[in-house]
Design a protein around this ligand. Structure first.
Ligand code: GLN
Length: 549
């Protein structure tokens, strides 16, 4: 028997006043609060003309998040997956690049014959149809549409116009607009100010929309006075003004929204019901908060890379560390080590790694900073400091080992040749499948692949299974020709690709923790279930810290 399904509901989340207020976390938190009984599909609309963020510098745009289906998407998808356990798909990240690409393909095919192709209706129709298509294919109960940028940006105007039209098409009872704004407290006045919010709502009004709910990001809980002002000037009920207070731990945000009555208002306005289920997270969040407040057990982890200037470049790594901290009841302090500074002598290894209990060399590209990273790997290998090498980090661990243990002084990455390094022994080489690749976009070995784990290894102990599935983003691999010599000198290759001869995990027996993975374990780490490689690495770092006392 088929039951009558409710019409699909939509929540559109926009930003006002300024960017960087955490719309991704806000959307993810709403998903967390409502996902108990509803199938929620998140869609992120980005205004840029790149097809996806895969070709952008993470310093500008934050981490490129990789999905199981191989999509390279906005880092907000990391929040969605971590907060409400959804496995996202590549086409849920709409970009203007994708929209125009699709329109231009249709135009060349002749789909618009005889007509002028215009922003309205063609671009807005394309956006709406993209959203409807996902809702239909996924059989969503609720679609969360997050629009990147700030209302008023030229870049997001076509999305705003598309959702304005969407409101009329789906019926006002089926769509809700939430605007995330900023409530400053200027120094001196000590008063929460509503004016920027009022202006940002006016900007929305000019575009034919008004928010149903306003979340005001503020250093404090919003007081009654400011809520009253926002309610009056922005034409919404006072109960629909929600505090989005700054917090240390992002996983707390859904709980704050809940206290402020957000899910109740959403239930009421959209005529849906899904009880928030906070049980799994509550004790973990209590621990994180307690550890932040008191001088708890603490380990210091150095993250060595060249994008350290922007913590967002390593967002998932930081989250994976937070997940381990919550599970192990530890405070984990990440410190950033810019490896180019090691190369120029601006900082020394001893100085920068003093007091560090574990080192992560994360993913990366290009030669800048790699000699510094190789020096870091040698240091931690020789001094028995726990080490986790992720993707590039694992490849560089092989270069270090080949140079200093196997005596292959010229061991290097094939990747370095593109930047003029010559006369190398390529212990890390281009994947055979990459040899014919000429275009840069979406052409790496991407997404989820199975990894077969060798019994009797540390990796097997850690994962407790013969096969795992993890996410990848790379063009190069450990050169199979050098695997025998590396093995003879003690390196163990404990994980291999299922269907190809590609090294996926390596480890060094006899070292307290020296592991590298070609995949990115951080991408699938969850608060309630930390990535096993991170978890065991942090345990080793804690043991090391105890030993150092
Ligand atoms: N640059 C390396 C490669 O393409 C590593 C990539 C990464 O760390 N994600 O294989």
């Amino acid at each position: 028997m088929t039951t009558l399904k409710q019409p699909v509901k939509y929540i559109v989340i926009t930003g006002g006043v300024l960017s960087g207020l955490g719309k991704g976390i806000a959307s993810a938190s709403i998903g967390f609060l409502l996902s108990d009984r509803l199938k929620i599909i998140p869609i992120k609309c980005d205004g840029y003309l790149n097809t996806d963020p895969g070709t952008m510098n993470p310093i500008e745009h934050g981490e490129v998040f990789v999905l199981d289906d191989g999509g390279e998407v906005d880092m907000d998808f990391g929040h969605y997956e971590r907060f409400f356990g959804v496995t996202c798909k590549s086409n849920w990240n709409i970009t203007m690049g994708k929209i125009f690409q699709s329109i231009l393909e249709k135009e060349r095919k002749g789909d618009y014959l005889g007509r002028t192709v215009q922003y309205i209706p063609h671009v807005t129709d394309e956006i709406k149809n993209w959203i409807y298509g996902i809702a239909r294919t996924e059989q969503a109960d609720l679609v969360l549409v997050e629009i990147g940028g700030t209302v008023g940006d030229m870049e997001s105007d076509l999305y705003i116009e598309a959702v304005r039209q969407l409101r009329n098409e789906v019926g006002r009872e089926n769509i809700l607009f939430i605007q995330l704004t900023y409530i400053p407290i200027p120094s001196g006045s000590m008063e929460q100010k509503s004016k920027p919010t009022q202006q940002s709502v006016k900007s929305m009004n000019e575009r034919g929309l008004e928010p149903d709910i306003i979340i005001g990001r503020c250093a404090q809980l919003l007081d009654e006075k400011v809520k009253g002002k926002i309610s009056m000037f922005c034409n919404i009920e006072k109960e629909a003004v929600i505090s989005g207070i700054d917090v240390e731990c992002v996983y707390e945000i859904p709980f704050i929204y809940e206290q402020e009555g957000l899910s109740e208002i959403i239930h009421k306005k959209l005529q849906i019901y899904s009880p928030p289920n906070c049980d799994a997270w509550e004790p973990l969040i209590k621990r994180i908060k307690r550890n932040q407040a008191q001088s708890a057990k603490k380990v210091t982890i150095a993250i060595c890379g060249k994008y350290t200037a922007l913590e967002d470049s390593y967002a998932s790594i930081i989250e994976a560390l937070n997940h381990c901290g919550a599970q192990l009841d530890l405070m984990i302090e990440p410190i950033w080590l810019e490896t180019t500074d090691l190369e120029t002598g601006k900082i020394s290894l001893d100085q920068s790694l003093h007091g560090t209990h574990g080192v992560i060399v994360p993913g990366g590209f290009g030669v800048r900073g790699i000699e510094g990273k190789i020096a870091v790997v040698q240091y931690v290998r020789e001094r028995l400091v726990p080490f986790l090498g992720i993707c590039y980090g694992m490849q560089l661990a092989v270069v270090e080992f080949a140079r200093h243990v196997c005596g292959l002084e010229k061991a290097h990455l094939r990747e370095a040749e593109a930047e003029g390094v010559t006369n190398i022994i390529p212990v890390v080489d281009l994947l055979p499948s990459q040899r014919k690749v000429t275009r840069k976009g979406a052409s790496m070995r991407l997404g989820g692949h199975n990894v077969i784990i060798k019994p009797g290894t540390r990796a097997h102990d850690i994962f407790g299974t013969d096969c795992i599935r993890r996410r990848f983003r790379h063009r190069y691999e450990i050169n199979p020709e050098y695997v025998p010599v590396l093995e003879q000198h003690g390196l163990v290759f404990s994980g291999m690709a299922e269907s190809e001869d590609i090294v996926q995990i390596l480890e060094l027996p006899g070292h307290p923790f020296f592991l590298g993975s070609q995949f990115h374990p951080e991408l699938t780490s969850k608060l309630e279930e930390p990535a096993p490689l991170f978890f065991h690495f942090i345990r080793a770092a804690y043991d090391y810290q105890e030993k150092c006392k």
